[in-house]
Design a protein around this ligand. Sequence first.
Ligand SMILES: *[C@@H]1O[C@H](CO)[C@@H](O)[C@H](O)[C@H]1NC(C)=O
Ligand SMILES: *[C@@H]1O[C@H](CO)[C@@H](O)[C@H](O)[C@H]1NC(C)=O
Length: 151
Amino acid sequence: MYYRLFLLAAVLPSCFGESSVDDAAEMVLAFAGGAVLLPCNFSLPASGDFPTLEWSKQGLHPNVVFLYRDACEVHEEKHPAFWYRTSLIAKELKNGNFSLRIANVRLSDAGTYRCKRLWSDGPRDVTAVELVVGTSSHVYSSGDEKPSSEK
Ligand SMILES: *[C@@H]1O[C@H](CO)[C@@H](O)[C@H](O)[C@H]1NC(C)=O
Ligand SMILES: *[C@@H]1O[C@H](CO)[C@@H](O)[C@H](O)[C@H]1NC(C)=O
């Protein structure tokens, strides 16, 4: 049953070819219950203004999974399914690295995410990332233990 869900989740995003950014979508694999980092980096506003940036998920309503405005997270607009699960990496922000961490990944998280920069002195660039979520009995039964063979 999980196997079928996984296949469905992996295939669905390609049904919505709404925009050309999909061509460039980077694929990231995560496992249910784990954490994952979706990459996104932009050069910071030349004006020195605080950047505003939106991470969204295609097909979700509302589609916001993380909103960062004037250097603060805006919780109110985040979809409840992602409450307490998405974050940016504070120490990376000054480098223009807005990669999104998703904790406690669910099968339903699979899909296409967009990282959109919303500052005015640059193009409204979008980075697309496709998240594939897997789960398997193999991972659960043998993946918990770290290899401890090194002497
Ligand atoms: C993001 O970082 C990568 C690796 O450092 C770099 O190749 C790429 O040009 C950067 N993208 C932007 C938009 O700054
Ligand atoms: C962004 O930050 C993450 C977490 O520290 C790091 O793994 C990744 O390499 C960084 N990406 C870039 C383009 O610097």
